[in-house]
Design a protein around this ligand. Structure first.
Ligand SMILES: Nc1ncnc2c1ncn2[C@@H]1O[C@H](COP(=O)(O)OP(=O)(O)OP(=O)(O)O)[C@@H](O)[C@H]1O
Ligand SMILES: [Mg+2]
Length: 407
């Protein structure tokens, strides 16, 4: 049997039909748009059609030949003529549909070519597997810090410790007095500085001391585990904090959450910054909350976060001086079983540009050496050996860093 072959035709999708049905715009697969003027155009937006080679005849085609996946999203914002839809964490701005009635929070179905075609539910859909953010969830972020570390464990940096107490403890403790004076309260303190300089450690110690409710939020965790609910989570945490007599909200590794809201920055991150800004702007004179954030990439933070009334106080954690290094070595040996008269001064002198984290790593190596030697006490030889091991590890790391990867 001979197959019948018809004349060449083009596939198109109807995008727009004028009210009097005399003009229609059709999308071609090539991306081109053709306009068709006729009497009583028979097809509606979304229909797939064949157009004859002479473009004088249009017939309905099976929709499967140009299948388009629908998307499902939640209406976040309604403005005259425009709708903002959240589709899996990405925001789309679409023209307001004429045929569908929308309210904020509706779950809708739509197509890229057609926009919104249907309301699936009056309420927002939740991402599967993610539980609702409720008071139980907020409880998980209340960190118990009590008794683990104290200022005695934090060696050196007397100015940094003083300043941190001033900016965090004093406002929390003297809330009433400051309210009477009427000065703008301190809301956000940013801890900046290279990795391993004790930013996280000091924030935890201060929180413990301040006798305040402490909410600890790790940037990377919020983005992975709480993706899709991060704004709600942040809002709820701040609401909870505002109800406490004293509270510290602590964002560790803030840059991962709140990078510059540039074109290519993640949509979720942009929304988190927005939520954070509105939470911080929403503090009343009554709320006794200080927000601490740490970052070793302050240049990556969204500039809006640094404006007055937000994170306008900064404490910069530098690499330790020789005096600081000696104090750090002593402080981090405090809880260890060591022999008297260790060579702290000499080690401090040999460790220019070492971070506190690197200094405290000496003790882990020294302890290993002691144990290998069947001892339960660290001797000076273990200490020196520990120093040498960390020093050669640092050297290897530095050698592996090509000039390009150095910051
Ligand atoms: N002043 C200090 N005294 C004693 N030990 C310290 C001090 N600062 C840091 N350390 C040690 O270094 C470790 C790392 O510090 P921490 O995690 O606070 O650094 P960080 O500045 O938050 O680093 P990152 O930017 O990488 O998060 C601590 O767990 C502690 O063992
Ligand atoms: Mg840290």
């Amino acid at each position: 049997m001979d197959a019948e072959v018809s004349a060449p035709q083009t596939v198109a999708r109807v995008r727009y039909v004028s009210e009097d049905r005399t003009t229609a715009h059709l999308d071609l697969r090539s991306g081109e748009v053709v306009t068709c003027t006729t009497q009583g155009f028979d097809f509606g937006p979304g229909d797939v059609v064949f157009i004859s080679a002479e473009r004088d005849a249009i017939t309905l085609a099976p929709s499967e030949i140009w299948h388009e996946e629908p998307w499902v999203g939640v209406v976040r914002l309604l403005r005259t003529g425009q709708v903002v839809i959240d589709v899996g964490g990405r925001l789309k701005v679409l023209p307001e549909p004429s045929s569908v009635d929308l309210r904020e929070g509706n779950t809708v179905k739509g197509f890229d070519a057609l926009g919104i075609t249907e309301v699936l539910s009056e309420d927002p859909v939740r991402y599967i597997d993610l539980p609702a953010v409720d008071s139980v969830t907020v409880e998980q972020f209340k960190a118990s810090t009590s008794g683990v570390l104290s200022f005695d464990d934090f060696g050196g940096y007397p100015e940094i410790v003083e300043r941190a107490k001033e900016l965090i403890e004093v406002p929390l403790e003297c809330h009433e007095a400051l309210k009477k004076i009427g000065a703008r309260p301190i809301k956000g303190v940013l801890f900046t500085g290279p990795p391993g300089t004790g930013k996280t450690m000091l924030a935890r110690i201060i929180a413990d001391r301040a006798n305040a409710e402490f909410y600890e939020i790790s940037g990377p965790e919020v983005l992975s585990k709480w993706y899709g609910q991060s704004e709600e989570l942040i809002r709820k945490i701040f609401e909870d904090a505002a109800m406490q007599a004293r509270a510290i909200v602590f964002f560790d590794e803030m840059d991962s959450l709140a990078s510059q809201r540039s074109e290519d920055s993640h949509e979720a991150s942009r929304r988190i910054v927005g939520q954070l800004l509105s939470a911080m702007d929403g503090f009343t004179i009554e709320s006794n909350v200080v927000v601490i954030a740490t970052t070793n990439r302050p240049q990556d933070l969204d500039a809006a976060l640094r404006r007055p009334g937000r994170f306008d106080w900064e404490i910069n954690f530098t690499l330790p001086s020789v005096k600081d290094r000696e104090a750090i070595l002593r402080a981090s040996a405090r809880s260890l079983n060591t022999r008297e008269g260790l060579a702290h001064e000499q080690i401090a002198e040999r460790t220019t540009n070492w971070s506190p984290a690197e200094l405290s790593a000496i003790w882990s190596e020294a302890a290993l050496l002691a144990v290998i030697d069947s001892r339960d006490i660290i001797l000076n030889e273990d200490y020196i050996g520990g120093y040498e091991r960390v020093a050669s590890h640092r050297k290897r790391l530095a050698a592996n860093l090509s000039p390009d990867s150095e910051r």
